[in-house]
Ligand binder design. Sequence first.
Ligand code: ADP
Length: 253
Amino acid sequence: MIGIGLDIGSVAAKGILLNGDEEYRALLPTGWSPRGAGEAIIEELLDLSSLRRTELNQVVVTGYGRVALPSADRTVTEIKCHARGVAELHPEVRTIIDIGGQDSKVIHVGANGRVLDFAMNDKCAAGTGRFLQVMATALGMDVSELGDNEDAEQTQTINSMCTVFAESEIIGLLAQGLPPGGIIAGLHQSVGKRVGAMARRLGIKERVAFTGGVAINAGVQRALKEELGCPLLIPASCQFTGALGAALLACNR
Ligand code: ADP
């Protein structure tokens, strides 16, 4: 079977094409058009694999933009796709914590990636990748630079729960001359606390995997690990686990 899995997120559109043992990946910013991003990912994957569209058995799409791609054969929820993707890579995982651009989720999985329960925050930007993007802009950095620039020894606790107020708070801290490293560590702590609290409410069953684009950030990895008090498994290509799950489902695997 040849299948494509697409995860059209609020920030990034991710795609994986599976053709037997061969795997191809593509990532593009979603921008203003989830449909355009989804179509562009399909074209890029076909280019990379030298396949034609007619050779595809199925395209399965997930993510917030999934309804925007009428050319897909099937839509599947993100919860199911993340669970399937992580189960393929790390079958021993029982709790998945996924932090994406505009939501965070905690998923309990059983054997074979079966979803047992989940909790989700999609109401508030705090505790999501969007929060970190807004703060990185205020700090004059790209979000990808935050992890390497934190100074956890000097963590400056951020008191504001709301993204807009937290932005004002860090602008105030910078104006007082506080070093950015400690402020960045405080931002990571804030995300770790928010998401950690949600995970504790649902319950933490080891092993715990951390996925989504925010899992790339070593500072959030550190903060979440401290908050939960247990090791975190970060899958390679942690931003692609939803796309991988969708691709496996597209291949009926
Ligand atoms: P979505 O599926 O909602 O588009 P993703 O799981 O793709 O979300 O994650 C997007 C978030 O990941 C961004 O908001 C950003 O905070 C974070 N991110 C993306 N790339 C990086 C990177 N290279 N380093 C650190 N953080 C990143």
